[in-house]
Design a binder for this molecule. Structure first.
Ligand code: HEC
Ligand code: HEC
Length: 289
């Protein structure tokens, strides 16, 4: 009896050790990831939310905060198969086959990944030069304290966006719309977008910029001069421009090499995640929060 237990314990330890190092056979396999999504929707959303968002009972599995208890494929596989001891996260080994669990794992990993997890090839230094030079990006964007405050700060772009979303931002007018093609996946931080306005005051002065706030009485505009302007709506003429401020023809403005190098630079823009809490819980020690 003792021996049987011992063997069982040994086998469990061996399979755990195997899971720690095992590679996911479905990494970069879109069909399997899609299957994983179906399995996830059928099995996990009762506790976790749809698309990796937080649910009623379980935490978000793919939020841009990027601090997860289970990171590697092997760790996620193990959590799904065997559950997380002393928590509500159940074991799924009787519900899902190993093969299915790898697919769900590939799906969860795919939700989490952003550009920085797979930076584009190219000459990063040359791309940085395009950013501040020919691209003129610094006249609207800031990176690590340098540049302009008109557009969004791009210091952590690659930590927040998928590579496709970055390409779309540079090449498609519809990059702010959810949907196939020009899509910003909705589980990532929404893109702050402000319409462009041209405001003419009674004395004939014109200010062009991004509309930050408006009500029936006033307008707040971030001007191209990087200053915030407050207007009394009754006293000005306002023209709303049909297009956003962000130029979306960089695939034409830049050569292919320039574009690729720029992408190599952009897909590496990230701030390191905040210091992690220790992962190991001592027996009888305080619960992880
Ligand atoms: C009965 C509710 C429930 C179900 C069903 C459930 N989970 Fe969980 N899950 C939880 C809870 C609660 C936690 C947080 C455990 C903790 O406190 O550490 C969790 C944690 C996790 C974690 C670790 C979170 C992290 O930070 O990395 C992963 C990964 C995970 N679940 C994946 C899944 C997947 C995939 C499925 C579906 C196959 C699933 N869960 C089904 C409740 C559930
Ligand atoms: C004239 C101002 C302007 C210039 C020049 C400009 N941008 Fe933008 N950009 C914006 C604004 C404003 C937004 C916010 C979204 C919108 O309005 O389209 C934006 C959005 C973006 C986004 C999406 C950000 C996100 O959070 O997803 C990326 C990426 C980006 N710009 C990169 C660049 C790069 C790289 C260049 C240079 C090649 C550049 N931009 C040049 C104004 C500009």
């Amino acid at each position: 009896m003792k021996r049987v237990l011992l063997i069982a314990a040994f086998a469990a330890a061996a399979s755990a050790a195997h899971a720690q190092t095992a590679a996911n056979p479905y990494t970069n396999n879109p069909a399997a990831v899609e299957e994983g999504r179906g399995l996830y929707n059928g099995t996990c959303t009762g506790c976790h939310g749809a698309n990796g968002a937080a649910g009623e009972i379980g935490p978000g599995l793919a939020l841009p905060g990027r601090s997860y208890a289970k990171r590697t494929d092997a760790e996620i596989f193990d959590a799904v198969k065997n559950g997380i001891p002393a928590t509500v996260m159940p074991a799924h080994r009787t519900k899902l086959s190993d093969d299915q669990i790898w697919k769900v794992t590939a799906y969860v990993k795919g939700l989490r990944g952003t550009a920085i997890d797979a930076p584009s090839p190219g000459d990063v230094a040359a791309g940085e030069a395009v950013f501040w030079g020919k691209g003129g990006c610094g006249s609207c964007h800031m990176v690590k304290g340098r540049g302009s405050i008109i557009g969004p700060d791009l210091s952590n772009l690659a930590g927040l966006r998928k590579t496709n979303s970055i390409i779309d931002a540079l090449t498609k007018e519809q990059h702010r719309v959810y949907g196939p093609g020009g899509a910003q996946p909705h589980y990532l931080v929404p893109l702050p977008v402000s319409p462009v306005v041209r405001v003419t005051t009674a004395d004939g002065k014109t200010v062009r910029g991004l509309l930050r706030n408006e009500d029936s009485f006033s307008l707040q505009v971030m001007g191209m001069d990087e200053k915030l302007h407050l207007f009394d709506r009754a006293k000005v003429k306002v023209v709303y421009e049909p297009k956003g401020l962000m130029p979306t023809d960089y695939d034409k403005k830049l050569s292919k090499a320039e574009f690729d190098n720029l992408l190599a630079y952009l897909t590496r823009l990230g701030t390191p995640p905040a210091a992690e809490k220790p992962q190991v819980r001592m027996p009888g020690g305080p619960e992880r929060d």
